[in-house]
Design a protein around this ligand. Sequence first.
Ligand code: ATP
Length: 324
Amino acid sequence: MFDVVALGELLIDFTPYGTSANGYPLFERNPGGAPANVLTTLAKLGADVAFIGKVGDDQFGKFLKNCLQKNRIDTSGLKTSPDVSTTLAFVHLTDDGDRSFSFYRNPGADMMLMSEDVPVDIIKSSRIFHFGSISLTDEPSRSATLNALKLAKENQLIISYDPNLRPPLWKSIKEAEGEIKRGLVYADVLKISWEELVFITKEKDLDIGTKILEDLGISLIFVTLGAAGTYYRYQGKTGKLHTYDVKVVDTTGAGDAFLGGILYKLRGLSLEDLKTLTIAEVEDLVDFGNAVGALTTTKKGATPAVPSIEEVVYCIKNISKIEP
Ligand code: ATP
């Protein structure tokens, strides 16, 4: 039995790493992909987790599989394609400190996941199914994701969704909007940023935007707000919790870590249990997620700083919160 199974992209993130002796930019080879980051957080906290996805039969694919296994993530649902290469992404820092991405995915192995690659037994023996929006960008991984979602729904798994917006991966913004919205109807738990909320609902107001999402049947909604903490909506009630005042080095992957923390706390609950939480329990979840997210910002990279359960407990007891 797995606490959480996640389906989606697994790729290499080449991140800037200074310059060579010749003066040329260097890149560091990092394991990447939001669903895998969420699982890495869960596994580090102590949950049993499994990954479903596809890599190429190449050195990058072997490296990624090895990283998952080292992090105690079950890889029996990770397929290897003999025909397509592992997906690569290069991260560039712009002059104003923002990040931009170049993707090498024409096609990439992650988008070649087929419906028949999805291990029915793994989904049936899991409590929570987590997915993102990158596997919805292209066929055949779009159909594979939707079929896995139907199976998860039929088997009463809690479905968690994090629709990351990466415009270069879509043929058009209109297509991105339609497909990202298609995923929403399956979700019981949703984590989005404010920018994604505005993109999906066309509403800048948190209360109005999240009400639109709640009306689609989503039980638990989190809008992560960086250093400003997290806004939540649950059964018509809303609130905002401050996050922890840590020494920030790199915020990459904070959202994935936040969601990993939330799913860690939800593991073991049934779909019915999810509908009968008290607001104190919801706030306890958010506070835990905030601590995991904040601690993850204290080192460079998406997953190297993912905390242990002891570090999260220490943070909640001893570190003060960022006041506005
Ligand atoms: P991602 O880039 O991973 O998709 P995101 O935009 O979804 O990130 P953020 O809002 O950046 O997620 O961060 C998630 C959580 O991590 C926040 O709700 C907060 O609790 C914590 N966090 C993020 N940035 C900071 C910060 N600068 N200081 C303290 N905590 C932070």
